[in-house]
Design a protein around this ligand. Structure first.
Ligand code: ADP
Ligand code: MG
Length: 537
């Protein structure tokens, strides 16, 4: 038997095959959400051809056009949206020269709004009811391509919605080849030196086809080569412009910047290999992520940021609260848009900080600033069903306002509880904070410092270093000493004193529901000096 050559289908081609199936199943109305009209129209034309439908394109300015953009003289004077919808109906009713047709109606959602939109909306609903019963050889279907995911309520029952994916690696590779092939031979030979090709493709994943093409073009113009660094800085710009995700620069030092939390760090280090392309090839499922719950200021956000550095992948912050604030009403659509970018980017860390704040109010009726219940539903089902390679780290300082379904099995690989640092960890935090301020060389008495800061959070300890530096600088810019740090510590009323009850209840929850981020529990003590028995039920 000869081996059959298997062709790798791009995600776009797979989605086009889905559209073909929908046409064959006689779905009358397909609503495609995308910003990439031209790219998706190409796929729709392929899908139509595969089901033996003729594609027609319509917009209010050009009327009905053919695939190549030429006016279609068979359908003159069709600029009015009502007229084109009548034409679709007439095509279905034609008794001679029958032909199947797919009608791609650009910008149609604009014509469906308000009172003026009542007639086109009705015409579309009537079509949706009528078309499935039309004879097979004159079957017609309407495709709406729009960035808008808000389906008018009147149409919700009739449409099939497809969230079109951004180009995957296969498609981006084709975009790159097109850019390279347009170059003169002598430049092309040197434009993508060994090894840069894959890196450049990775750097462009997450962009639309056009954005990728323009990144490659920019790099070629600036450096005469495809430089992954130029491409990735362009990507950063585009993602920032999209405003649905925040791009964070890696923090220097990686996990070394985090003091203590040995259990959590060990777990993350072990996940690094499971996150690799080799693990995917082996068939290991991609790790989904972790929830870090615990006392404020003990290194949860810091760890999330450090992981991305340690793994060498982009760090993207998903700010659910900001998505809602910036786009009241459309928050669900914006969240979906963010998911689409995340899925397209591939290997990355997605950081959802203080998730409880965004979730507040999503379950109750009161609107107190959280995302809507719909948006919460979108987040939960994405976390459950996603297949991409993003690693999600969500942090929470408070569990009382977290919807319980968020932490249910299947959404995260594990849930960690981050407690106040124990004696050893406090030394680690001091060391990390001194290093972060360029003071890794000075000698201080870590034992004394650790004893003096029992009950402090990591943030409270880290803050002592700049306070001491300030004092040292005032005093003729001398180097800081253990005494400066001790003096600074004396001034602090730790959170563990001021919020003792809140911390106690958080700990109780952590013991029952999460894994400790720190392995040695014996030394964890409250600010009162009491030895808390964290093993007790
Ligand atoms: N374990 C730690 N190691 C080093 N620094 C820490 C640690 N915990 C807290 N810090 C310091 O406190 C700051 C705030 O910590 P953060 O990670 O934001 O706390 P949270 O747990 O509230 O997310 C950090 O930027 C860092 O300076
Ligand atoms: Mg935090």
């Amino acid at each position: 038997m000869t081996a059959t050559a298997t062709k790798v289908l791009s995600k776009g081609q797979k989605q086009a095959a889905d559209v073909t199936a929908l046409l064959r199943a006689r779905n009358p109305l397909i609503w495609i959400v995308t910003r990439e009209e031209a790219r998706v129209e190409g796929f729709i034309a392929e899908a139509a051809a595969a089901a033996s439908y003729v594609p027609h394109f319509w917009d209010v300015s050009a009327g009905v056009t053919k695939l190549n953009g030429d006016k279609d003289n068979k359908f003159a004077n069709q600029e009015d949206p009502g007229a084109v919808l009548n034409t679709v109906r007439a095509a279905a009713d034609r008794t001679s020269s029958k032909e199947r047709g797919v009608w791609v109606l650009r910008d149609l959602p604009i014509w469906l709004q308000g009172q003026a939109g009542a007639a086109p909306t009705r015409a579309l609903r009537n079509l949706a009811r009528y078309l499935p019963g039309v004879e097979r050889d004159s079957a017609q279907a309407v495709v709406i391509i729009t960035p808008d995911s808000n389906i008018p309520a009147e149409l919700a029952g009739h449409v099939t919605v497809i969230d079109w994916s951004l180009p995957d690696r296969t498609e981006i590779a084709a975009v790159l080849d097109a850019a390279l092939n347009s170059l003169p031979e002598d430049i092309r030979a040197k434009a993508a030196p060994n090894g840069t090709r894959d890196a450049a493709i990775d750097a462009a994943v997450g962009l639309t086809g056009e954005e990728a093409a323009s990144c490659f073009a920019k790099s070629l113009v600036q450096t005469r080569t495809i430089d992954p660094a130029v491409v990735s800085s362009e990507k950063r710009r585009v993602i920032v412009r999209e405003k649905v995700l925040e791009w964070h620069d890696p923090i220097p030092g990686g996990l070394d910047a985090v003091g203590g939390l040995d259990n959590l760090k060990g777990w993350l280090v072990a996940r690094k290999n499971a996150f690799s392309p080799k693990a995917r090839a082996y068939g290991l499922p991609a790790p989904k992520g972790a929830a870090l719950v615990g006392i404020s200021g003990c290194g949860k956000s810091l760890t999330a940021k450090a992981v991305a550095t340690a793994w060498g992948v982009p760090l993207l912050r998903l700010d659910l609260g900001a998505l809602k604030d910036k786009f009241v009403g459309g928050s669900e659509g914006n969240i979906r848009k963010a998911f689409k970018v995340i899925e397209a980017i591939g290997r990355c860390v997605v950081w959802i900080d203080e998730i409880e704040k965004a979730m507040a109010g999503s379950t109750g009726g009161a609107s107190d600033g959280g995302v809507s219940a719909d948006a919460l539903g979108a987040v939960l089902s994405w976390m459950q069903d996603r297949t991409g390679e993003a690693f999600v780290i969500a942090t929470a300082n408070d569990i009382s306002s977290l919807p319980p379904e968020l932490l249910r099995k299947g959404r995260f690989d594990d849930i960690f509880f981050v407690d106040l640092p124990n004696a050893t960890e406090r030394k680690g935090v001091f060391a990390a904070a001194l290093k972060a301020h360029g003071r890794s060389e000075i000698t201080v008495d870590f034992d004394m410092l650790s004893d003096a800061t029992n009950g402090f959070t990591g943030a409270e300890i880290a803050e002592l270093v700049p306070t001491a530096l300030f004092a040292g600088f005032e005093d003729d810019a001398r180097e800081i000493t253990t005494e400066d740090l001790l003096a600074a510590a004396k001034e602090v009323v730790p959170l563990s004193k001021s919020s003792a009850t809140k911390i106690a209840s958080l700990r109780e929850w952590g013991q029952a529901n999460a894994r400790p981020a720190t392995s040695s529990k014996t030394e964890a003590r409250g600010a009162t000096g009491r030895k808390l028995d964290l093993e007790a039920a």
